[in-house]
Ligand binder design. Sequence first.
Ligand code: GAR
Length: 224
Amino acid sequence: MSDRSTRRRRLVILISGGGSNLQSFMDACAEGSLNAEIAAVISNKVSAKGLERAANAGIPNIVLDHTEFPSRGEFDAALGDIIDSFSPDLVILAGFMRILTPPFVNRFLGRLMNIHPSLLPKYPGLHTHQRAIDAGDKKAGATVHFVTAELDGGPAIVQAEVPIFKKDTAEILAARVLEYEHHIYPLAAQWFCEGRLELDDGDVLLDNELLPEGGVCVEIRQKR
Ligand code: GAR
């Protein structure tokens, strides 16, 4: 049953790196396009620049170094406990470069989202932009999806498509895609926070309508 109350939803955001997607959430919360508060930011890497962004904004930020755990399962259990201590409505993977175990995924199933820099199901895993260029693709993009136990395989919520130009390098393409990640990820989170979006037995429903395989395709005016 959807919860359509207007209470500000609590987010926990997981990062491993620069945190530009985290920044887009901070900006969207500040300007009110996302009716949520970031309860905590957690990084598995002490060097993640996103930690600084969180600290500067007064957001609780925590490092949980995966190398200090004997197994993936034990790291995930500790991570899950920290997340739960902040009572989030939604957990956001924002460049969190860890494969998550099924117990972790199941613990947060239906309230765990990821963004991946490709038009899934194309190019799960790493080096997505180079793989798209090498394949001669004409377009690339990003996908926001609910996380399931299958790596980058959960059902899509929203995709943004961008063109690939002849002279693109992976870096240039990554920057173009990232710009649109910053648009579609807070948007998907807002749908969730409004109680409009749910994972229902492996399907994604938006306003009780089943989404197509790639999710909603957001048209963004392309710039050359
Ligand atoms: C983003 O491009 C995100 O899509 C990607 O990492 C980058 C993080 O950038 N995530 C993955 O590849 C996950 N499979 P950011 O730290 O600046 O948000």
